[in-house]
Write a protein that binds this ligand. Structure first.
Ligand code: SF4
Length: 328
């Protein structure tokens, strides 16, 4: 049993978990709301350590990461549980419900990634930050074998554990759900400020980051909010790839599917300030390929999850020779 890092004992004998802002206070035998940590024999145990709910080899574009090793395959694994409780969760059966898991110790996971000729390991499907103790063991081991570590996350973690984990991570896709704290509170039981801090910290660390924004009808789809989102990101770095994603009714949310015109509006707003903007979960012509921001040469061609790097040579646009923003 692995003792979990980041917690403190309270005067009343309870243990407070300090990994994420949920801040669970737990008595003997109680489990955190993410289902990953539990007090056993007066210790906070990472009960989700090495417990894998799902494992697949996916195109890295599926994370989505479009500018990190394009066209490569990545072994993708996920924990059971999450520290947010989004009413529209697409993966609610593994993020919000207990599921049977398989045990994969760090060395087993790393050797599976090597066997699969994977570019690395993606920690995804549910929330990887609740796997902190596992990640702190697996990620350095993966690096030793020349594999990359990729997170797909809601960004809901305290700064200290984030700082500890970041040196072991190569690329992250953060799901920004809205620019409004009310959205985070009402729809996800989270807080926007924390996610904002996480994104800004990752950018400052110089890590490869891409952002996903799921546009939900009537909730986070106003032009004003999209503008605010883009202004914030453009102020950080206008080369961050943005993935607008089309919402379909799911779990406890039954708002209508996002209209194509809303996705087109978001794409147009973002293109005013950001260099790389994509629309996913549907097909809209001209929103999947990557064009050179200087000369419009097609750098990467994408059809579904079939990806071809067609216009990059030696890290530059093959036509105008300007630098392109890819990790290859
Ligand atoms: S990581 Fe899990 S146990 Fe810890 S505070 Fe967050 S939700 Fe609670």
């Amino acid at each position: 049993m692995k003792e979990a890092k980041y917690h403190k004992k309270l005067p009343d004998g309870q243990i407070k978990c300090l990994l994420c802002p949920v801040g669970c206070k737990l008595k003997e035998g109680e489990e955190g709301v993410c289902m990953g940590r539990k007090v056993i024999d007066d210790k906070l145990i990472a009960t989700n350590y090495a417990q894998v709910v799902s494992a697949h080899v996916d195109p890295i574009e599926k994370k989505p990461l479009y500018h990190f090793h394009p066209g490569e395959l990545i072994l993708s694994v996920g924990p059971n549980g999450c520290n947010m409780f989004c009413r529209h969760c697409q993966n609610w059966s593994i993020s919000q419900q207990k599921q049977r898991t398989m045990t994969m110790m760090p060395e087993e996971l790393v050797s599976l990634a090597e066997k699969e000729n994977s570019t690395g390991i993606a920690y995804t499907y549910a929330e990887p930050f609740i796997w902190f103790d596992y990640l702190m063991d697996v990620c350095p081991m993966a690096h030793e074998k020349g594999l990359t570590n990729v997170l797909v996350s809601n960004g809901y973690i305290h700064l200290k554990p984030l700082e500890e984990l970041l040196p072991h991570i190569d690329a992250i896709n953060v799901d920004v759900k809205s620019m409004r704290d009310e959205f985070y509170k009402d729809v996800c039981e989270g807080r926007f400020r924390v996610v904002k801090n996480t994104v800004e910290r990752i950018v400052r660390a110089g890590k490869h980051i891409e952002i996903t924004y799921l546009i939900i009808t009537d909730i986070n789809d106003s032009e004003a909010e999209i503008k605010e989102f883009i202004d914030w990101l453009a102020g950080l770095d206008n080369t961050i790839p943005i993935h607008f994603s089309r919402y379909f009714p799911s779990y406890k949310m039954n708002k209508p599917t996002t209209p194509i015109k809303t996705l087109n509006m978001a794409h147009a707003v973002a293109k005013n300030k950001m260099k790389y903007v994509y629309v996913g979960n549907t097909y809209i012509e001209g929103t999947s390929d990557t064009l050179c921001p200087e000369c419009n040469n097609t750098l990467v061609n994408r059809s579904g999850y079939f990806t071809r790097v067609v216009g990059i040579e030696d890290g530059k646009c093959s036509k105008c020779k300007s630098k392109v923003d890819f990790v290859l």
